[in-house]
Ligand binder design. Structure first.
Ligand SMILES: [Fe+2]
Ligand SMILES: [Fe+2]
Length: 364
């Protein structure tokens, strides 16, 4: 190749590199949400490198494992945490590009390129570009990767911003939890209610999981639903919450607004899963469609909400409440749940709950 041709080729490559830089920056600029930012980066990198999978991972707060923030792959591995071993450890020990075999969950990628993300000389995470087959990366790929490393400082900056934003959201979430606790302590009848409900609800999820495929994350999700299900009562007057009986029509109307209010409280939190938000919104829907707020029917009611309906009622029956100071035994409460299957409760959920309680030796 003569000098002129080679120079023209170099110029073309340089031009392509610049346009890549420009596009990535343009794409991610202004993105403040960590999740969306990470997804954009993963998508862009996968598209440009024509790789089978791209993963973006950040080191967790304890620095012990990586959290999978975004993945672009045909089959998304069912993991959220990845141990810092093998090529991941190598990439962090000497922060530069590392090439080798990478295992994410049960998926093994024979050729993977790991690019560390570094803030103030400290690795905070990495991007992994992966292929199943043991094939190398071309010079062109490497140039793209170098560019990714080049725009790294921008990505890092954006991630830092996004992290700050996430911290803000976390603080808001923690505040909600504290408010939830305060709410419980305000009512002498509902102290520790959400903890009990969480226990029962987790038991139900585990039982269902034995019979049908259910994401592992459902356990964490139901815990959050249980913790926050009545958060919407924040706005309801103490007098109504603690009223011994017979709410008048107007009071009842106010009380019935709490699922929607709770949903509105957590709606702005991007890092809370939509399943959790819907679990809170629909925790008073009845299986026959006559519940509130939306009158959803049967399996149209989100699973987490159907589970909550059962766990929440059970705890309400066995612990004194303003409207029924006399409690029921666990056996009596189970009988009552059974009497109202298909009406208020999903029969499959009640069945799973009864099985779970029997196995735990809570009931005979
Ligand atoms: Fe409620
Ligand atoms: Fe409740």
């Amino acid at each position: 190749m003569d000098a002129k041709k080679s120079l023209s080729l170099e110029l073309r490559k340089a031009n392509a590199d610049l346009s890549l830089l420009y596009n990535i920056i343009e794409d991610i600029a202004g993105e403040i949400d960590l999740q969306r930012l990470s997804e954009k980066i993963a998508k862009e990198v996968k598209r440009r490198l024509n790789a089978e999978a791209v993963f973006l991972m950040l080191i967790d707060a304890e620095g012990l494992s990586l959290e999978l923030i975004a993945s672009e792959a045909i089959k998304i591995p069912k993991v959220t945490r990845i141990p810092i071993t093998g090529i991941i450890k190598e990439t962090f020990d000497s922060p530069s590009l590392h090439f080798g075999r990478l295992k994410i969950g049960s998926e093994v990628f024979a050729s993977s390129l790991c690019v560390p993300l570094i803030i103030q000389e400290k690795p905070i995470g990495m991007i992994a570009i992966c292929n199943k087959e043991a094939k190398g990366f071309t010079d062109g790929d490497k140039r793209v990767i170098q560019n990714i490393a080049l725009v790294g400082s921008i990505i890092r900056h954006a991630v830092e911003n996004a992290k700050l934003y996430k911290n803000l959201q976390t603080t808001y979430f923690q505040t909600l939890q504290v408010i939830g606790k305060t709410l419980e302590s305000k009512s002498r009848y509902t102290q520790q209610h959400s903890e009990h409900v969480a226990e029962y609800a987790v038991l139900i999820v585990k039982k269902i999981k034995e019979k049908k495929e259910l994401e592992e994350s459902m356990i964490d999700k139901i815990r959050v639903v249980a913790q926050l299900h009545d958060i919407g009562k924040i706005g309801v007057n103490d007098f109504i919450v603690n009223k011994p009986c017979c709410l008048c029509e107007e009071e009842w109307k106010v009380m019935k607004e709490h699922p929607v209010k709770g949903y509105e409280n957590i709606k702005p939190l991007d890092f809370i899963d939509e399943d959790v938000k819907l679990g809170i919104r629909h925790h008073h829907e009845n299986f026959n469609g006559k519940g509130y707020p939306d009158g959803l029917i049967g399996e149209k009611i989100p699973l987490l909400a159907r589970i909550m309906r059962v766990a929440d009622s059970f705890d309400a029956m066995i612990f004194p409440r303003p409207y029924h100071p006399k409690t029921q035994t666990k056996e009596e409460a189970i009988e009552e749940l059974k009497q109202h299957i298909n009406e208020w409760y999903d029969p499959q959920i009640v069945e799973a709950f009864v099985e779970g309680l029997k196995e735990e030796g809570v009931i005979q």
